[in-house]
Design a binder for this molecule. Structure first.
Ligand SMILES: Cc1ncc(COP(=O)(O)O)c(C=O)c1O
Length: 431
């Protein structure tokens, strides 16, 4: 395996030109099976946006509901056959309200980016001015390349302090005073190490009559487990999230909020963004939320303990771990600076050969070559890894990135470690 996928595009052209349908189908199924066994039996998966879904939540995902086109919403569908689906969805909505302590839950957006589009449409009018967390910390779905740009919004940057790894509240406060009135403040990031100073941000927003949207895509599981922050109790009007990532369930967007007026706007915006929405996802999410109710606090605790342990061990191994002065992290994420080690993309390539999976990030500027690595421990935690395994992983990463050891040799050690952790935990048995 290499990251150089361009040759696959050429190979695929040749394959499709010169093979029978049966041969191509065999190739596709073979590739899927090889991926299954490589990623699930041999790799240590440290991609911060990934996790392991439980067997029961996975079974719901692959039920009959997977291929139904039950559109609309409970109580106003223009089709029949939705009797069981409606009850499942009603339960999922109630569970969401219970887990996140809110009045409304919109679970139907098929991805978080789509949910972000719905949120932008519900919270702004064309041409409004908004404050949004600056890039590269702010997510592109609500910046100028995404829905905010498409809506013609004027975007003012919420400054980020890269020493503190958090919103720079003092600079934001100055900016709010000297800038045109803004309709909305958007915070939250895909590199969330520490809770945001959300009460202060919300206070600034209220002073300008603006609403606050907290993008909790990455940390929704930690919020569900009661171990990060409580955005809706700290002043956010809208908490957005993802069913996968730390929540460790099916992919899909989640919007959580308290106000009836916002509910009306979200429901109105919804129909233009999504028609059929994957009804099996909602059943799978219901199971996932029940797992958070039963096992969430201990799962979230172990995720955070593992992230801290991985960061500390990487630091002891001589790697450049972000936010050292702040205890590295209070989430599932660890950030490494790898500029001096050839950069993020080169690091990814070597780590992949050693069966270690993660992603590159831009550390300081939206235009830099990728100088950071983002690591997340959610998936390996769900498979039962703890602090001693984090130490071993950190050592393997040093061998690959610093010692330039033969990655295949390290890969064998990683696969041996991984083969001891194959059962998903913090969940019900699948019967
Ligand atoms: C903070 C944040 N918001 C939104 C998204 C969009 O999520 P999705 O990939 O489900 O569209 C992501 C995805 O990485 C994210 O990290």
């Amino acid at each position: 395996m290499t990251l150089q996928s361009l040759e696959f595009l050429e190979d695929a052209k040749k394959l499709v030109r010169s093979s029978t349908s049966e041969q191509i189908a065999k190739r596709v199924t073979d590739l899927v099976r090889r991926n299954d066994s490589w990623r699930n039996k041999m790799c240590v998966n440290l991609h911060a946006a990934e996790s392991a879904i439980s067997p029961l939540a996975s079974a719901m995902l692959h039920s009959d509901l997977e291929r139904r086109a039950i559109t609309g919403e409970i109580g106003s569908r223009h089709l029949n056959g939705a009797e069981y689906c409606d009850e499942v969805e009603a339960i999922a909505i109630e569970l969401s309200k219970k887990v996140f302590g809110c009045n409304f839950a919109e679970l139907r957006a098929s991805s978080t980016s789509v949910a972000d589009g719905i949120a932008i449409h519900s919270l702004t009018n064309v041409g409004d001015t908004i404050f949004a967390l600056e890039e590269p910390r702010g997510h592109q779905s609500w910046r100028s390349d995404g829905y905010a740009g498409m809506r013609g919004l004027r975007i003012l940057d919420i400054p980020f302090d890269s020493d503190e790894w958090n919103v720079d509240i003092e600079r934001l406060s100055d900016l709010v005073r000297t800038s045109p009135k803004s309709k909305l403040f958007i915070v939250g990031t895909h590199t969330f190490l520490f809770p945001h100073p959300l009460r202060e941000i919300s206070k600034l927003a209220r002073e300008s009559n603006a609403q606050v949207w907290y993008d909790g895509a990455h940390v929704l599981g930690l919020i569900a487990g009661g171990r990060f922050q409580k955005p809706l109790h700290e002043g956010a009007n809208l908490l957005g999230g993802t069913g996968s990532k730390t929540l460790s369930g099916p992919p899909g967007g989640i919007l959580l909020y308290d106000e009836q007026e916002l509910d009306k706007k979200i429901k109105k915006a919804f129909s233009g963004h999504v028609a059929s929405y994957g009804n099996s996802r909602i059943a799978s999410l219901a199971v996932t939320l029940l797992e958070w109710i039963e096992f969430g606090a201990s799962y979230a605790d172990q995720i955070i303990r593992n992230a801290k342990a991985l960061a500390k061990e990487l630091d002891l191994e001589g790697l450049d771990v972000a936010a050292r002065n702040k205890g590295y992290t209070e989430s599932h994420t660890v950030i490494l600076g790898v500029k001096g080690l050839g950069g993020g993309l080169a690091a990814l390539e070597e780590l992949e050969k050693a069966n270690i999976i993660c992603s590159a990030i831009r550390l300081l500027s939206p235009t830099e070559p990728w100088e950071g690595l983002r690591l997340g421990v959610t998936e390996m935690t769900r498979y039962g890894m703890k602090e001693p395994e984090m130490k071993q992983i950190a050592h393997c990463m040093r061998e690959v990135l610093v010692e330039r050891a033969e990655p295949g040799k390290v890969g064998r050690e990683i696969s041996e470690l991984r083969s001891q952790f194959t059962e998903v935990g913090f969940c019900f048995s699948s019967t």
